[in-house]
Design a binder for this molecule. Structure first.
Ligand code: TXA
Ligand code: MG
Length: 354
């Protein structure tokens, strides 16, 4: 299959060419095809969420286990009502506060949503993206769009159209190249089917923001520590060792001077043994590492910049063939909770405290 790549700009209003490209992508989706498109978090691999065959094709293209449910992307509340059984009060409040935006809510599904889309579950994950390209695509398609992150299963999520192309060229009909994504980490997932809302995956809508909006919010224990085989994460996707870079990644955490010294020592040791070493640091510390392939992930005082660059940096190291990567750690509050959740998973919870 030839994968067509069409450019889309951010002009407001969209240019004629933009609308033609988004319209062509909507056509593909309405005919059961698959399209890679930008959202404010990461690129999505979209198909008609109401079409069981399209969902099956999404799993096949990603090489993803079919028990890992997809997120249905909508453009308005009417579309949410079309696919859900009920919208509980906390769900309403969270939707009003954070939609459109980087938050996914779990609701009870109705019969219009095939089990192929929900990985066999009676619940459906729903997100109303704020990205204008994504919103226009859903509006033109006129159906909810099922979209996991547009990467091959097990690779870092794509934050640029080129990442989608690397993973899915020849497997999907089209990619809308809209440039880089803003946030860079997948949406916050909150299950609102129970009495107390539960955070299933941290993201740019932080725990602090959720609690301010609705009061009590629980955390799925699977988020915070290494996966205990007895604990089943409520978001089935969180059980896989996602976001895994090809190299062996170690996080070094502690006081900055000690972290720098330890990373330098580890890098020197591996390089003396002839290994290819990558170092993930920050703008503030970059000049302190004399050895290895040193890449700054962003500014220590801007968690947003770190989130924005994280997956692209991991992909860069995959491409450069690094065998060992050492990374500085980050504080775990606010957006740092999502950053450290992804870094911990990428490292397989291989952490050194100094
Ligand atoms: O930001 C995002 O959410 C991106 C963009 C494209 O919107 N999408 C994304 O999809 O990250 P994906 O498929 O990579 O991750 C979806 C996560 C998985 O961990 C999955 O298990 C969980 O959502 N999930 C989906 N439906 C669920 C459900 N009914 N109950 C619990 N977890 C669910
Ligand atoms: Mg994913």
């Amino acid at each position: 299959m030839i994968t067509r790549v069409l450019k889309v700009s951010d002009s407001d209003p969209f240019t004629k060419e933009d609308l033609r490209a988004i319209g062509a992508a909507a056509e593909v989706i309405c005919h059961g095809g698959l399209v890679g498109f930008r959202t404010e978090t990461v690129y999505g691999l979209g198909g008609n969420a109401l079409d069981a065959t399209a969902s099956a094709r999404i799993y096949a293209a990603k090489g993803r286990p079919s028990d890992n449910p997809l997120i249905a992307h909508v453009c308005d509340m009417a579309m949410v009502e079309e696919i859900t059984e009920e919208i509980p009060e906390t769900g309403k409040k969270l939707a009003e506060t954070f939609w459109p935006g980087p938050m996914t809510l779990i609701f009870k599904k109705n019969d219009r949503v095939p089990l192929e889309t929900t990985g066999g579950l009676q619940t459906v994950a729903v997100r109303m993206p704020s990205d204008r390209q994504a919103a226009e695509l859903i509006r033109m398609a006129g159906v909810p769009i099922a979209a996991p992150s547009a990467n091959t299963s097990g690779r870092p999520s794509p934050t640029r159209a080129e990442h989608v192309y690397q993973d899915l060229n020849g497997k999907i009909e089209m990619i809308l190249d809209g440039g880089q994504t803003g946030i860079g980490l997948e949406s916050t997932i909150v299950d609102v089917t129970g009495e107390v809302p539960m955070l299933l995956r941290p993201g740019a809508i932080t725990m602090e923001m959720l609690r301010e909006a609705v009061g009590e919010v629980d955390i799925d224990p699977a988020i915070t520590g290494p996966m205990n085989p007895a604990v089943h994460p409520k978001a089935p996707g969180m059980k896989y060792r996602h976001y895994a870079p090809k190299a062996d990644l170690t996080l070094v955490e502690g006081e900055t001077e000690k972290v720098i010294a330890r990373i330098c020592a580890l890098a020197a040791e591996k390089m003396a043994a002839g290994k290819k070493v990558g170092i993930i640091c920050t703008d503030e510390t970059k000049h302190r590492f004399p050895l290895g392939d040193v890449v700054s992930i962003g500014k220590r005082d801007s968690e947003e910049s770190v989130a924005h660059n994280l997956y692209a940096v991991l992909r860069e190291f995959d491409d450069s063939g690094a065998e060992f990567i050492y990374s500085e750690g980050f504080p775990e509050d606010h957006l740092g909770q999502a950053i450290m959740n992804r870094l911990n998973k990428a490292a397989g919870y291989h952490i050194e405290k100094v």
